[in-house]
Design a protein around this ligand. Structure first.
Ligand code: FAD
Length: 383
């Protein structure tokens, strides 16, 4: 296993760094984040123009295929260079379910939308008020009447339901004996009659929006089904392991950005007549942060390499998600400590990243659920 960048990777990341240098504007992003609550579309357009939003998408769909390791490195690097958690970093993974299981029309529509907007055209409607970590508790149904399909239920914490034209909605056949084998995946238009959105308010990730989505007798065509009825959960899970890596890769990137910023700050900020970096307690913080960064990078790169080499990442993706979600937040928290009061101000990038990184301990499977997944498997290995 060798994580030295290949020539292609070097070129890719040099191009990315140049693009960020040219197009990223920190105060414009802060305005998007704290005031407008919208994505930095001008920057995303620059990523689209330079082919980054189709990275990892197969060539036959008009993308630039790369391996998982490169994708994970890209998500980490984009977050490091911008200090932002941008949803467009993992398009290849987000749209893969539809490219793999959708029909030709659905694939065509998804690809055209991503090519134009740089983000997928759907929000994920999976969680429900009574069904978070335990997906088997899903109660949203799809039933047939007079040749039509009607969807009823409630989804919660749906990210960007308002700006996405569709909801990728997971329903369940309540009579099915095994819940995970009775789920189906539908592409529901968000402006259909019977869809109602109620805003919720997040403390971080403020360029995106959070919604309760109520579905009352929402009529959809049979053609809204994605893949095979009853296989919705399996289809959704196809990429969950690599999705977890992509999620935390952004956290690792933000932790690295924070480390670089506070290491510079510790060299110039003077108190008691000397740079605070001369105090050994600050050096200890930086040392522990550097160890965590190295461990996190090794963990996500190694797990992506395993996936690329056909090795099961069932355990390692859960361990990497748990370790990196916790460690990236610890690095951000120490970075805020080194900055002192200015690190707690909205004007500092550290406070913004601190808010963003915290969600990784919950979304995409909580820290505790990672134990639930990995713990039993670890024991099984030594039975
Ligand atoms: C920023 C953000 C964005 C999100 N976006 C979306 C989205 O777009 N679409 C969507 O469908 N969902 C989304 N979610 C929801 C997310 O998937 C859930 O929050 C997550 O699955 C946890 O479910 P829950 O919040 O209901 O917590 P619960 O499952 O109720 O858990 C509460 C606590 O109990 C613990 N717990 C639960 N079960 C166990 C167990 N077996 N062993 C030990 N501890 C356990 C949990 O770890 C947690 O600490 C988002 C969440 C966040 C924070």
């Amino acid at each position: 296993m060798d994580f030295k960048l290949t020539e292609e990777q070097e070129l890719l990341f040099e191009n990315l760094a140049e693009l960020v240098e040219r197009e990223w504007n920190e105060s414009e992003y802060n305005d998007c984040y704290y005031n407008k609550h919208e994505l930095p579309q001008r920057f995303i357009d620059a990523l689209i123009e330079n082919g980054f939003t189709m990275l990892g998408v197969p060539e036959e769909y008009g993308g630039t295929p790369v391996d998982y390791l490169t994708l994970v490195m890209y998500a980490k690097e984009l977050a490091r260079l911008t200090g932002a958690n941008l949803p467009c970093a993992s398009n290849a993974i987000s749209i893969d379910d539809i490219l793999s299981f959708g029909n030709e029309d659905q694939q065509k529509f998804i690809l055209e939308y991503v090519a134009q907007h740089g983000t997928p055209p759907f929000a994920l409607g999976f969680s429900e008020p009574q069904a978070g970590s335990d997906s088997s508790g899903i109660l949203t149904t799809a039933t047939r009447r007079d040749g039509k399909v009607y969807i009823n239920g409630q989804k919660t914490m749906v990210t960007d339901a308002d700006i996405s034209p569709y909801l990728l909605c997971i329903t369940r056949n309540l009579e099915g004996e095994v819940p995970m084998k009775s789920m189906s995946m539908w592409l529901v238009p968000n402006d259909a009659k019977g869809v109602r959105l109620e805003p919720m308010h997040k403390i971080g990730l403020k360029t995106g929006h959070f919604f309760e989505v109520y579905l009352e007798d929402v009529e959809v065509e049979e053609s809204a089904l994605i893949g095979v009825e009853g296989n919705g959960f399996m289809q959704l899970m196809k990429n969950f392991e690599i999705e977890r890596l992509m999620l935390v890769a952004a956290g690792v990137g933000m932790a690295e950005a924070a480390f670089e910023e506070v290491a510079r700050y510790a060299n110039v900020r003077e108190q008691f007549g000397q740079p605070i970096g001369r105090f050994q307690i600050i050096q200890q913080k930086l040392t522990d942060m550097a160890i965590k960064l190295e461990n996190m990078k090794n963990y996500i790169y190694k797990t992506a390499w395993e996936k690329d080499n056909g090795i099961s990442i069932m355990i390692n993706s859960a361990l990497a998600k748990r370790y990196c979600a916790i460690a990236s937040f610890e690095v951000l928290d120490e970075a805020m400590q080194i900055m002192g009061g200015i690190g707690y101000a909205e004007e500092s990038r550290i406070s913004r990243m601190w808010l963003d990184v915290r969600h990784l301990r919950i979304a995409g499977g909580t820290d505790e659920i990672m134990v639930h997944i990995a713990g039993r498997q670890l024991l099984k290995k030594y039975r």
